[in-house]
Design a protein around this ligand. Sequence first.
Ligand code: UD1
Ligand code: MG
Length: 451
Amino acid sequence: MKGRTSLTVVLAAGEGTRMRSSLPKVLHPVAGQPLLVHVLEAAPHGEGARLAVVIGPDHQAVADAVKRIRPDAETFVQRERLGTAHAVLSARAAIARGTDDLLVAFGDTPLISANTFERMRAPLKEGAALTVLGFRAADPTGYGRLLMHGKHLTVIREHADASEDERKVTLCNAGVMAFDGRSALKILDRIGNANAKGEYYLVDAVAIAREQGLEAVVIETSEDEVRGINTKAQLAEAEAVMQARLRKAAMDAGVTLIAPETVYLSADTQFGRDVTVEPFVVIGPGVSIADGAVIHSFSHLVQSAIGKKASIGPFARLRPGTSVGEGAKIGNFVEAKAATLEAGVKVNHLSYIGDAEIGANTNIGAGTITCNYDGFAKHKTIIGKGAFVGTNSSLVAPVKIGAGAYIGSGSVITRDVPDDAMAVERSQQSIREGGAARYREIKTRGRKPKA
Ligand code: UD1
Ligand code: MG
């Protein structure tokens, strides 16, 4: 919202015990990125937009994740779990500094969009004190119900406190709220804990605002967008929704997904024009794929940059730090890690290329292995441009192979090879004329000839 400052307070103090995991709930990934990070990315960005995250005690890992993705964000610790309003007020110091709009979001609803936050801010500009995000729940059990008087929201009733009739209401509170910064603290400070759970309920802000003669409004969205994650099954449901969104966005941007439902993308996957991704490909975090590249079936890519018109797979595994140049080819059963393959390089079959630099147009024969690890440290293999490495060679790092050099098949290369040199490291071949026939004769002596 142009010209208006905002503070988004994200509540992420949940323990997530129902995840049955040692990882804090909000750090579980959807589309390769923690739940919380999705929310932080959807929250207002840029000039005049501040961010505060409320975390539980002993959740340093959550604080670290926040710092990594939004270094400008403040974190606050809620020491006792006394309810959502209490959690918001844990960030009182940030709120007291003043803001036009105060947004409150939950760290475990990863599907929330930036557009929804903006839609919620609009009524504040028109004079509302408070906007609540609502949705029509297929099963409203457990949610706070939005009780309306005509177009006006009068109260939010938590499920535990609701009457029989109120429980029939399907319009529910998604949890996201937007306050006019000028009245926010006056409302929040008046929230008490006289309810079924004895918690400080953020939802009570609505009734208090109404008592103060202020207006509360509802903005509706789909249930899919506000799904909260409490269990691994819900995590998987959110993953499915997110993957559907990412696939659609990729196809809308011109990517060909032959069988989209079999391709797994990450929230940060970047595509150029005319990219094709064949069925059954998994793309982890940090991958960019440039114009015209093809990713063949059953490939697995993480933190890698694929150049224009490159061809990857089928059955390729690209691990972090792999960069594949324009028109390069990585074929079946090839694994690469921390490797730069320049334009036109070919590694077509059954290779491991790790901690390596390979110059333009070099051909790496089938079965070539960079022996990068000596049991103690990793070492580099550097190969110049236009070189040819014969099949089944072992390149024992650290080692350099010059531009235009030629390595005979089956060689174990332990010393540097100069430019344009030929290196062959294998024992002399011996030929014994008639040897095979004699061998057969010895082996079959005394046996009946086969009929
Ligand atoms: C809340 C809403 C309910 C809404 C539902 C939507 C309240 C009182 N109720 O209920 O109206 O329909 O979400 O999913 O707001 N948290 C803290 N500290 C606390 C308590 C909660 O940080 O002391 C965080 C949780 O980690 C979570 C969020 O606030 O991210 C919501 O808390 P939760 O206990 O899940 O509230 P619900 O009962 O689901
Ligand atoms: Mg909840």
